[in-house]
Design a protein around this ligand. Structure first.
Ligand SMILES: Cc1ncc(COP(=O)(O)O)c(C=O)c1O
Length: 377
């Protein structure tokens, strides 16, 4: 009997591919590590935007999910995921209304760093008869409140508002600065020193708040490049690592990532090898289909890598909207042939697709919708 299972190379391109075994192995490797430390994992869903992957992470031991957008939280709540922290600020009446209705039936915590907004949330929660869960970001690289007295005073104010439950604090990229990028620092020791030092003022702020009699249930911190550093800092409750599930190739160059594998690729077809250009070839995957930056610094151009041995001989040297430009031993390629690209940044690649083909070896064993694609509000 002939097999009806679709094979990877039968797919039309560009196509987003997930290697199921590598994905499972990454989830397990991280879960195994978190069995050895006290803080728990609250993986960020921004990397995959697929509830099914968050379910796999929770089954492996994660306490819940971190989202970046309220709309992502709405989708993930509907998909049955528990204990969601939106590591971002909400600020307009539309979102306040949606957050209050979500709070009627789900445990969702959102960030706020403005007192007017906090008052509006409190009033809306009071009229709806619900308790709104709020957290405060201690400012490192973007929004949030300055550590120490400014954060303390803000939290004291929050604590007096009706129908508000202050859940705690979070930070992102403690120890990083314009001169020191955690995401590209190969040395684990250097990342460790910077990150642990950066967390000190966050812990001091936690203590200031607690000294005033306000409990801090959540001290959420860290991300993929500090996954085995953040949990060793005192009193951290959970770590927000996201990218480890798929593993951006630049992260894989850093120390302590040997056990994680690049699980996400984009299948692409070679559409032209213009002989008069010598060593150039072109495929059907441009920046509309794959990222060309890395989270560490969005203004640097970082190209995808070609998976496998060919990647040693041929490199991506440019991406236009619908084309990738390859340079190298292109005589080894054939027009109509297919290649796999490993994205430099999986979060911004996944977000370009409606679905991912899930592979067991060469077999397509599932198609997973990227359910939170376009959930930007
Ligand atoms: C607030 C916050 N937490 C966690 C993460 C996850 O980072 P990573 O994917 O590097 O683990 C991000 C990523 O941008 C973030 O913005």
């Amino acid at each position: 009997m002939t097999s009806h299972i679709t094979q990877k190379y039968d797919l039309d391109t560009p196509a987003l591919l997930i290697d199921l075994n590598k994905l499972r192995s990454n989830i397990q490797a991280m879960a195994d590590y978190y069995k050895t430390v006290k803080p728990r994992l609250r993986p960020h869903m921004k990397t995959h935007k697929m509830p099914i992957i968050s379910h796999l992470q929770v089954e492996a031991g994660a306490i819940g999910v971190t989202c970046q957008k309220l709309e992502e939280a709405e989708i993930f709540v509907q998909a049955g995921l528990p204990n969601i922290l939106v590591s971002n600020q909400i600020a307009n009446p539309q979102k306040i209304r949606r957050f209050i209705s979500l709070s009627k039936w789900a445990q969702v915590t959102v960030g706020v760093d403005d007192l007017d907004v906090a008052h509006q949330i409190s009033e809306a929660a009071h009229s709806a008869g619900v308790v709104a869960r709020l957290a405060v970001e201690i400012s490192m690289v973007r929004c949030g409140l300055k550590a120490g007295k400014p954060a303390l005073e803000f939290v004291q104010h929050l604590d007096k508002l009706q129908n508000i439950h202050f859940m705690g604090i979070w930070e992102h990229e403690a120890g990083g600065s314009p001169n020191f990028d955690l995401g590209t620092t190969v040395s684990w020791e250097k990342r460790k020193q910077a990150h642990l030092a950066g967390l000190e003022e966050v812990l001091d702020t936690k203590h200031l708040i607690e000294k005033c009699g306000i409990p801090v249930e959540i001290f959420s911190a860290g991300h993929t490049v500090t996954y085995d550093i953040t949990p060793h800092f005192p009193e951290v409750t959970d770590v927000q690592a996201g990218s480890y599930v798929f593993m951006d190739w630049p992260y894989k160059q850093l120390e302590h990532f040997d056990q994680f594998q690049e699980a996400l690729t984009v299948l692409t077809t070679i559409i032209s090898i213009p002989r008069h250009q010598g060593n150039m070839a072109y495929t059907d995957c441009g920046i509309k289909s794959i990222s060309s930056e890395h989270t560490a610094n969005y203004t640097n151009i970082v190209y995808p890598k070609i998976k496998g041995e060919l990647g040693k001989e041929i490199e991506v040297v440019n991406l236009s909207e619908e084309h990738s430009h390859l340079r190298g031993t292109v005589e080894r390629l054939k027009v109509g042939g297919k290649l796999e690209f490993i994205p430099p940044h999986c979060c911004t690649t996944t977000a370009r697709y409606d679905k991912a083909y899930v592979l067991d070896g060469e077999d397509v064993v599932a198609i997973w919708p990227v359910l939170a694609r376009g959930a930007h509000t």
